[in-house]
Design a protein around this ligand. Sequence first.
Ligand code: MN
Length: 336
Amino acid sequence: MTDGPLPFAPGTGESFGARGSFCGVPVRRAADARPGEVVILGAPFDWGASHRPGARFGPKAIREADYLEPDGSRPHLTARVDPLRDLPVVDAGDIAIVPGSVERSLAAIEEAVATVAAAGAVPLVLGGDHSITYANATGVARHLGFGEVALVHFDAHADTGEDQWGQLYGHGTPMRRLIESGAVPGHRFVQIGLRGYWPPPATVAWMRAQRMRSYFMADIVDRGLDAVVDEAVGYALEGGARGVFVSVDIDVVDPGMAPGTGTPEPGGLTSRQLLDTVRRLGRDLEVVGADVVEVAPHYDQPMDITAALANRVVLELTTGMTLRRQPASTASTSSP
Ligand SMILES: [Mn+2]
């Protein structure tokens, strides 16, 4: 793998940059995904970024932000499960995106995700800018049914813009595209962590009209994160969605703890809050797909702190998913 082509060389879709798979988990082609396993896919794509680029290097940075042996094993200290081995988690490498072509890249990403979902496995995509969630959630919905999947969305920004300078696809618009296509209807959206000064009031009114449920940082400060997540979980499950796609824009965390991202917005969640919440969602919801996006390593100072957080988001989410699959008697004795 270390002799392979660079991460975003078109036509390969199987390279990881310098070091190999996520934490050393087994390598598996997307087409060979097995039922029940979690399949990591890299989407080295940032042609949808409106501000600072660089998230194309996210998959490589997230895979490498790790000081332990790449042995495919990460026993969780308190949950007492090893998500990488117990689920198990495998890595299908980077999707062969087409540098410069938003549409062809998103089509390739959607196809790879749909291939994994059709096998009965759970795609977990490392971004990449947030444009890719349109492709990711659509790929899952092609398998489970348009309108059948809920989407829990962590972000500083709503990503519901009508367009970006006339372009339909970009990191400010994926959630609107999903609602318009019917892949994920508005009433199946739950957003957590919104803040700042975008989008404009007309867009917020459109979101309300779609029955999107949006929790702002102000709500989290007023009511506490636990109460908000309780309600969010309930809303995501209302009406019997067949599963939940979890989309984590790393900029939901305060830029003091996650500076390596394209559009930092002060006043966000702590790393601890995000990690605990995604683990809980993995345990309490039927996660049928996920992505971790907007890690842009060239702004990631000091060290690789944002990439490390994204790496742990993957581990905590999969730990929660592992707990969900444990027999009740085992899960109840752990302390997740
Ligand atoms: Mn976003």
